[in-house]
Structure formats: structure tokens, C-alpha cells
Design a protein. Structure first.
Length: 402
């Protein structure tokens, strides 16, 4: 799921000094995940929030005019950190370490496909970045997105004017809380993982229960509480001094680390260019090999076809040689089998054709012999009839002559 996109309708990016962008603000969960019995959302993000479409749709108008902010780590204004939040005054967050680089123009809810191929419902915001003031950052975004690297984002929400704090269905819960009345107050592009405290989704619930309790405390309880706080503050002065020293040491270490990272970044920039050149060469080699592969495959298919035709002709020649010893009349006994052989000579048997001819010749020979025998029997009967007319009394008459 592409969490952030930056684009331009013109080939000359940011021709009017502004670049359009689109960002996924958060994933919305199905209504079925709301457990009304236990009064909790059974599906939620890493911050414990269960976004439900009905309530998010009511808050969509607050996206228009919402600021797009970043916290830059370097002077070139290309590397990102967190929200840049430094304090909260009168219930309003203070982002003194953040820089506003753009504004949202509209927001909507749409079904999209995430990186895992799953269809989800998401709240999406669109707007414009001031590319004239943040040219380096836009150029880096273009390069990162081209390489499939998308910046993480984190939404910021606040209470509405009608409420003292953000309203949750079933009240506030660490996990599975469902915001029902809120406004979108800002969106930050961050360079740290969303689970980090500095990059968590910011919720400002001004309905502070501790403050409410203080209003009902007695004067004596208040005095005791003040003395306790002063005592704790006094005891912690030495710890604060030590902390300041530690902080200065950490800052020095951080500066050294930043310098090291900058040097490594310069080295990596050269490596990236080399990798791009190598990738282009590999792509060209691949295309050339792919073309050669298809040419060889076509040549192979042509050779296989020619081989099959040659083998078929050879088999037909073998069959014709095998039946050449027979007369045309004898060959006709297996004409159906011969025709089938000619249609598919590679799967037909020559011996079966020869055997069929021999079998038919044998049948015909037996039939001829039976016919000759029948004619001979008929002739023998006729000879016996010739001699059956002679009478035996003639001998006596001859004797009487003498």
C-alpha cells in the first residue's frame, strides 16, 4: 500500500511552485469488529485506535485546510524525524520543531489494495506541497518513490469545539478505543517507525481527569500538594543538573553521529548511481537474452516440425515397402487401416496392417477351397447317374443267342 504519492500533471514538476500529493491517513476497520458486549473494538492499529467509517465520514470536512508537516533533521531539509511536537498549551499542541510544507485540499474514504494484496477501506487526503520552498525535499521524495521507498505518515486529531476532549464510544481505552467526535488537525511525514513515541498518532483529550479532581480539593489538600511538589522539585535540582550535563554530552555524540551519517550518505549516493548503472546494464542484457531465447525457441519449433514430417514420411515408406509384396486386391483388404496409418503414421502399427492382409488372404483361400470341394462333389454325383440306367437282364438274353 503506497502510503504517500507525489505527482504533477506537467512534465516540468511543480511548474507553478506547487506539487500535488496524495496520502493514506489511516485504515478504517469493519463495523463487525465492534464488540458491544465488552464495549471495545476487537481490531485496532498499533496505537490502539479502532477507526469506524461512520465517525470518520463525519470528520472528513476537517481534512480540508489541514497542514502537512515534517520535522527535518538536516540543514538540507531532506531527512525526516517525528512530529516535531514540543509542548501542549491550553490543550493545543505546539510543534516548534516542525515545518509546514503543504496543505490538504480534500479528503475521502475509498477501498484500496494494500501491499499484501488485501482490499481495505482507507481514509485518504490530497493536497499540495510548496515545491518552491522545499525543492530538495521534493526531489528526494521523487527519487525515493521511484525506488519504491515511501515515507511513513502519522495523523494528528483533536477535540471538536463542542467538546472538552475527544469523544470515544464506550470511553477511552488503551486498546480498541473508538473515536466518534474529533477533527483532523494535521498530518506528519515521519522518518522513524510509527511505533516510536515521537511518531505516535497524536490525540489531544483536554478532559484531564486530574485537573477535574483538583478543582474539588480542599485548601489544606492543595497546600499539602504544593509543598510536596516543591519538595520533589528541590530534591531533583541536582538530578536536573546532572541531566543537563548528560544532555550536552549526548548532543556532542549526536553531532558526531550526524557528521558520520552525512559522510556515509555521500558515499551511498555514489553507490546508488553505480547500482543504477549496473541495473540498466542487467536490464539491457536481459532483453537481449530474452530476444535470443524467443528466436531459438522458434527455430526449435521449426526443426521439431520438420523432424516430425520426415519421420512420418519415413514410416509411410516403411509401410509401403511392407505391403508391396501384395496385390492391389490383397492390399484392399486393409485399406481402412492403411488410410488411418497415413493420417497418423507415428502411432499406428505396420505389423497390424500386414497381419490384417494375411488374415484376409487366409479367409479367402479357405473360401476358395470350400467352393472347389463343393463343385467336385457335385460332379461326382452326376457321373454315378450315367451308369444307373444299365439293366442286368441283358446277360441272360446274350446266353440265349447261343
Amino acid at each position: 500500500m503506497k502510503t504517500f504519492e507525489i505527482f504533477s500533471e506537467s512534465k516540468k514538476k511543480g511548474q507553478n511552485g506547487r506539487r500535488k500529493f496524495r496520502a493514506i491517513l489511516y485504515k478504517i476497520f469493519p463495523d463487525s469488529c465492534v464488540d458491544e458486549v465488552n464495549e471495545v473494538g476487537t481490531e485496532y492499529n498499533s496505537n490502539g485506535i479502532t477507526w469506524i467509517r461512520e465517525y470518520c465520514e463525519k470528520a472528513l470536512p476537517s481534512i480540508k485546510g489541514m497542514f502537512l508537516r515534517v520535522e527535518f533533521l538536516d540543514d538540507e531539509r531532506t531527512e525526516l524525524c517525528g512530529h516535531g511536537m514540543t509542548d501542549t498549551i491550553d490543550g493545543v499542541p505546539i510543534f516548534e520543531n516542525a515545518t509546514t510544507i503543504g496543505t490538504f485540499t480534500n479528503g475521502y474514504i475509498k477501498e484500496i489494495t494494500d501491499d499484501n494484496g488485501e482490499n481495505i477501506i482507507a481514509c485518504i487526503g490530497e493536497g499540495e506541497i510548496d515545491s518552491s520552498c522545499y525543492h530538495n525535499f521534493c526531489e528526494k521524495l521523487d527519487a525515493d518513490i521511484e525506488n519504491g521507498i515511501y515515507p511513513q505518515g502519522s495523523i494528528e486529531i483533536m477535540r471538536t469545539e463542542e467538546n472538552k476532549g475527544i469523544v470515544y464510544k464506550y470511553g477511552y481505552k488503551d486498546f480498541g478505543r473508538i473515536p466518534t467526535e474529533f477533527i483532523h488537525s494535521g498530518y506528519a511525514l515521519i522518518g522513524v517507525t510509527p511505533s516510536d513515541n515521537s511518531a505516535k498518532l497524536i490525540e489531544l483529550n483536554e478532559n484531564n481527569e486530574k485537573e477535574e479532581e483538583t478543582k474539588h480539593m480542599t485548601e489544606s489538600e492543595i497546600n499539602t500538594l504544593v509543598k510536596q511538589i516543591v519538595s520533589e522539585y528541590t530534591n531533583q535540582e541536582s538530578a536536573i543538573s546532572q541531566c543537563q550535563a548528560d544532555c550536552e554530552s549526548k548532543i556532542s555524540e549526536a553531532n558526531a553521529a550526524v557528521e558520520t551519517i552525512t559522510n556515509e550518505k555521500n558515499e551511498l549516493t555514489g553507490s546508488v548511481e553505480q547500482l543504477k548503472d549496473a541495473l540498466e546494464k542487467v536490464q539491457a542484457d536481459y532483453e537481449e537474452l530474452d530476444k535470443k531465447y524467443h528466436e531459438l525457441w522458434e527455430e526449435r519449433e521449426a526443426l521439431e516440425k520438420a523432424l516430425a514430417e520426415a519421420q512420418a514420411k519415413e514410416r509411410i515408406g516403411e509401410m509401403n515397402a511392407a505391403i508391396s509384396q501384395f496385390s492391389a486386391e490383397e492390399v484392399a483388404y486393409a485399406q481402412a487401416e492403411i488410410d488411418a496409418f497415413n493420417e497418423n503414421p507415428m502411432t499406428s502399427e505396420i505389423n497390424s496392417i500386414v497381419d490384417k492382409i494375411y488374415a484376409e488372404i487366409g479367409k479367402q483361400k479357405k473360401a476358395d477351397e470350400a467352393s472347389i470341394a463343393s463343385e467336385q462333389n457335385s460332379a461326382a454325383v452326376e457321373v454315378e447317374d450315367i451308369f444307373s440306367a444299365v439293366e442286368s437282364g441283358g446277360a441272360a438274353e446274350d446266353d440265349n443267342i447261343f
